[in-house]
Design a binder for this molecule. Structure first.
Ligand SMILES: [Zn+2]
Length: 578
């Protein structure tokens, strides 16, 4: 089977420039059945010895007491079963599987509902994977997902001659009703990636937005459906409807067939997490699990220098997340090892195809008592793209399992993976050995990028897209992040330079300023270390900018690592932020 994925969520280096690659999903799926691919790694018959003592994180300000006492999660598991359909098969009521969700309690201004949909037990004749797609969510008054009628007629994909491509007529229908998702792309990326090598659950968190601004320009973001229509007011506070049952409907899609005849079925499990959050302000705390993968990373983490760098890394992440718009602190920070004996060395220089199996290791590495409420950060030596060749000139810095990751370990998207380049014990040589964490002025550029990458991949896990994807033609659904469409001449993607000098898009939420007005090129110089880190109209000043940032060693000056107000709201809805 040919499955390839141009990842939405990995960063890469092209010659001297680190870039986060992102693109719309491209799918080519064979229709003939084939078994699910596997990427088992061989375990060396004899494993090298480990030296030193394991890293015990010491991160200033990180504390379990940072969690928000007004946040409470209520989980229910709903099960059902139903027919399997193919990619080119209509999404009609006869193939939709309903589940009922108890939403009796009010969730507060910043509460949310997260639905994780997983399949199992598919008919043995059905090869490949079967994915759960959330096609409807009704709160008793409002339908959150309005799909165009062509989805019912033709399905998600059009298949011919063994090749399936996106049915562009199957999209979110905005003609009569508001939608939780602004378009099909933004909806589909929450339903698992049909073209990936691994089964992925569907993960949807609502609300998907909460702001009054929107619409109007050529890059219109519609008025937020929740703010305009879906929210109800409880005790003067606008929030998700409560005191009722919600009905979610799923279809079960086989990723290896254009159509599946009747009689084939699979089981559906939906984990519904209602998050009560009566805070008026965004934020909370997240627990972080670092997983050191393989002998080299483990041994590096057991040196004095390695532990200083890891503490510094976690501190850098904490600093970015503590900014006002995010207001997310670190709770418990934990360290785990995936040693050679457990297959760690087979994942150390990981391929993209291996990452699902690596992230599934969270189910065995992380104690079940800590299974929810954390983001898992797997530190590997390197990541290479074995899936398409399109990115073969890049060295990948990091990959996130999914935009909006599940609060569940053991899945193929249960965390993020970041490359250390086997330098944990050698980064930052100018940093004094007497300090627990290094100051920015002694960061090496590559180390700085490591911290930005961990922060960025976690941002994906918490539900954020790039403000603009790398070609500058697709943008996130958040009203207050800037848009850049100015590709760098000859490169075909947007860069710090092209967005600084050539982009003409204005950011309405920042006084309709362009980046060049917000950051005149005369005040920007990588030579002198002059940047505009707080210029809101420049997309490269955001954590979720798709490429790495300019940084000057010594001064520690750099482009910004901002979260917008809207991004802070999206992350606050994620159930892992507590
Ligand atoms: Zn990214």
């Amino acid at each position: 089977m040919h499955r390839f994925k141009l990842g939405d969520m990995f960063s890469a280096i092209a010659s001297t420039d680190f870039v986060y690659i992102a693109t719309a999903t491209v799918m080519i799926l064979a229709l003939s059945g084939c078994g699910g691919s596997s990427s088992d790694t061989s375990i060396a018959s004899s494993c090298p010895a480990l030296t030193g003592t394991p890293w015990v994180p010491s991160v200033s300000g990180a504390s379990a007491s940072n969690h928000n006492s007004s946040v409470k999660l209520t989980q229910s598991v709903l099960t059902s079963s139903g027919p399997i359909i193919g990619l080119n098969q209509g999404i009609t009521s006869s193939v939709e599987i309903p589940v009922t969700i108890d939403m009796s309690q009010s969730l507060g201004a910043l509460g949310s509902l997260t639905l994780i949909g997983e399949t199992s037990g598919q008919s043995s004749q059905i090869a490949g994977d079967v994915f759960a797609f959330l096609v409807s969510l009704n709160d008793g008054t409002n339908e959150y997902i309005h799909m165009t009628s062509d989805c019912a007629t033709n399905g998600l994909y059009l298949c011919s001659g063994g090749i399936c491509s996106v049915n562009t007529n199957c999209d979110m229908d905005w003609t009569s009703s508001p939608n939780a998702y602004i378009n099909r792309t933004k909806w589909e990326e929450h339903q698992g990636d049909l073209s990936s090598n691994f089964f992925e659950p569907s993960v949807n968190t609502f609300p998907t937005c909460n702001w009054t601004q929107g619409s109007g320009t050529s890059f219109a973001i519609p008025v937020c459906a929740f703010n305009s229509t879906f929210f109800t007011t409880v005790s003067g506070v606008s929030q998700l409807r409560s005191g009722v049952n919600y009905t979610a409907k799923y279809v079960l899609v086989a990723n290896s067939y254009a159509s599946v005849s009747s009689g084939y079925s699979a089981a559906l499990k939906v984990t519904a997490t209602a998050k009560t959050n009566t805070s008026a302000n965004v934020g909370g705390a997240i627990d972080l699990n670092f997983i050191l993968v393989g002998t080299n990373n483990i041994n590096a983490s057991r040196t004095t220098k390695g532990q200083q760098n890891l503490n510094t890394l976690a501190t850098q992440v904490a600093t970015y997340y503590s900014q006002t718009n995010a207001n997310i602190k670190l709770g418990s920070v934990r360290s785990y090892e995936l040693p050679c004996e457990s297959g760690g060395d087979g994942f150390a220089d990981a391929t993209i195809s291996q990452l699902g199996a690596l992230l599934q290791k969270s189910g065995s590495v992380i104690p079940s008592a800590e299974a929810t409420g954390s983001v898992n950060v797997f530190l590997v030596s390197s990541i290479s793209d074995d899936t398409s060749g399109a990115n073969s000139s890049f060295t990948i810095l990091g990959v996130d399992g999914a935009i909006n990751g599940p609060i569940e370990n053991g899945t193929a998207v249960s965390g993020v993976v970041v490359s250390t380049f086997d330098s944990l014990d050698t980064y930052n040589p100018s940093c004094s050995s007497s300090v627990t964490t290094c100051p920015l002025s002694s960061y090496e550029t590559d180390f700085y990028q490591l911290g930005v990458t961990v922060t960025h991949e976690m941002g994906h896990f918490l539900g954020l897209n790039h403000p603009s994807e790398y070609e500058g033609t697709e943008h996130d659904a958040i009203y207050d992040t800037p848009i850049c469409t100015a590709q760098q001449s000859g490169l075909g993607f947007i860069t710090v330079n092209s967005c600084l000098l050539n982009d003409t898009n204005q950011l309405a939420s920042n006084g309709s300023k362009t980046c060049s007005a917000d950051c005149p090129s005369s005040s920007y110089s990588t030579t002198t270390g002059s940047f505009c880190p707080s210029a809101l109209s420049c997309e490269f000043n955001y954590v979720m900018w798709w490429t790495t940032k300019n940084f000057q060693e010594g001064s520690g000056n750099s482009d910004g690592n901002l979260f917008s107000v809207g991004q802070g709201k999206i992350m606050t809805y994620h159930p892992v932020v507590q």
